[in-house]
Design a protein around this ligand. Structure first.
Ligand SMILES: [Zn+2]
Length: 74
């Protein structure tokens, strides 16, 4: 069976040489990119969910409250 010399890091997805796997340290940037990639579907749906929420009574109230807060009204 073919076995690649490299394997993806389970944490950050980086290609890691199997011989040096214990030396690998995830960089925060790489880790963040990988986590964003894993969450891409959620991220893509965020706006849709947000719009749906804002159309509900609770969402409309929060919009009103936020707008009032931003304007600094009492
Ligand atoms: Zn890693």
């Amino acid at each position: 069976m073919f076995r690649s010399r490299y394997m993806p890091c389970g944490e950050c997805g980086a290609s890691v040489d199997r011989a040096d796997v214990s030396l690998h340290e995830c960089t925060p940037e790489r880790l963040a990119d990988y986590q964003m990639f894993e969450l891409r579907d959620d991220v893509a749906q965020l706006e849709t969910r947000m719009r749906r929420y804002l159309a509900t009574a609770a969402g409309r109230f929060e919009s009103w409250l936020a707008a009032r807060h931003v304007r600094g009204g009492a």
